[in-house]
Design a protein around this ligand. Structure first.
Ligand code: FAD
Length: 264
């Protein structure tokens, strides 16, 4: 099986976003990591490779520094890595991001499965997986919590999707696009993997390599715009610890206070 895992390099989940008066967004000096949801997709893809053979290719659209995220995926066990980078990609919205990823996946040739994270922890739109499936014309199985079975010869996959109401079992033909929920315990990079990643020359594919014109990518092609970005107004919160001789008394004072504030 050939599995492609598109990953995004994101700020650490503990990072705080700030917006200054001119609308400039910053994550400060937060370390950059592989989007945590993508780690579940990497782990599951590696397990499928171990079971069925084949290879796992990891791709990302991002700046040169995103090679570090690709190297972490290689250190975990992915076989090949490709960076999609071109100044023309700047300003791409989620649909254009999907266009670029789809072009790269087509260029890779025979692919059985695309495995993504359910969303990024910075953009948080969860739009890229459905947009990518649409671009490729493949079925989308989003929010996958478990792969029940894969039949590479019969070209079918059966998964459990995690919904608010419960779980849904879905069967689809391959190739398909999957997005991962928390479905496993991602492995740590191995020593051999780290050495392989350190030596690896990661190819960089530009818009021209993907057969895309400058008009098809970046801000020029993107319908979504960010006309203004601002921080939400600060909320003034006063905290009061209710004191009392007993839990009953504290509860009575709390109820009186909630009634007085018209909360109850
Ligand atoms: C108007 C506008 C301008 C923007 N300009 C820029 C810009 O200049 N530079 C910039 O970096 N971003 C820019 N973005 C954000 C960028 O387009 C989104 O971050 C990107 O499309 C992914 O969306 P998301 O983070 O919501 O991902 P989600 O849809 O939440 O991510 C779901 C999954 O998709 C995959 N995925 C997401 N992004 C990538 C990626 N880049 N490569 C590979 N796989 C991926 C991962 O598997 C991820 O788990 C812009 C967005 C808008 C709307």
């Amino acid at each position: 099986m050939h599995i492609v895992v598109p990953i995004k390099q994101t700020p650490d989940t503990t990072a705080t976003l700030t917006v200054d008066a001119s609308g400039r967004i910053s994550w400060g000096d937060a370390p950059l990591i592989v989007n945590p949801w993508d780690e579940f997709a990497i782990e599951e893809s590696l397990r499928l490779k171990e079971k069925f053979g084949g290879k796992v290719t990891v791709i990302t659209m991002g700046p040169e520094s995103a090679k570090e995220a690709l190297k972490q995926a290689v250190a975990m066990g992915c076989d090949e890595a490709i960076l999609l980078h071109d100044p023309a990609f700047e300003g791409s919205d989620t649909v254009v991001t999907a266009t670029i990823l789809a072009a790269a996946i087509r260029k890779l040739g025979a692919v059985d499965l695309v495995f993504m994270g359910k969303e990024s922890v910075d953009g948080n739109s969860a739009q890229v997986p459905p947009a990518l499936a649409r671009r490729l014309g493949w079925p989308l199985l989003a929010y996958v919590g478990k792969i029940r079975e894969i039949d590479p010869a019969g070209r079918t996959i059966v998964v459990e999707r995690i919904l608010e109401e419960g779980r849904q079992v879905v069967r689809a033909p391959l190739p398909a696009v999957l997005s991962a929920m928390q479905m496993n315990e991602p492995r740590y990079p191995s020593f051999m993997g780290i050495r392989k990643a350190a030596r690896m020359q990661i190819p960089v594919w530009t818009a021209a390599d993907l057969g895309l014109t400058p008009e098809q990518v970046g801000a020029a092609a993107s319908a979504a715009r960010w006309p203004s970005v601002f921080a939400p107004p600060k909320q003034e919160i006063q905290c009061e610890f209710i004191q009392g001789e007993s839990p009953e008394e504290i509860a009575r004072i709390l109820v009186d206070r909630l009634l007085a504030e018209k909360v109850l």
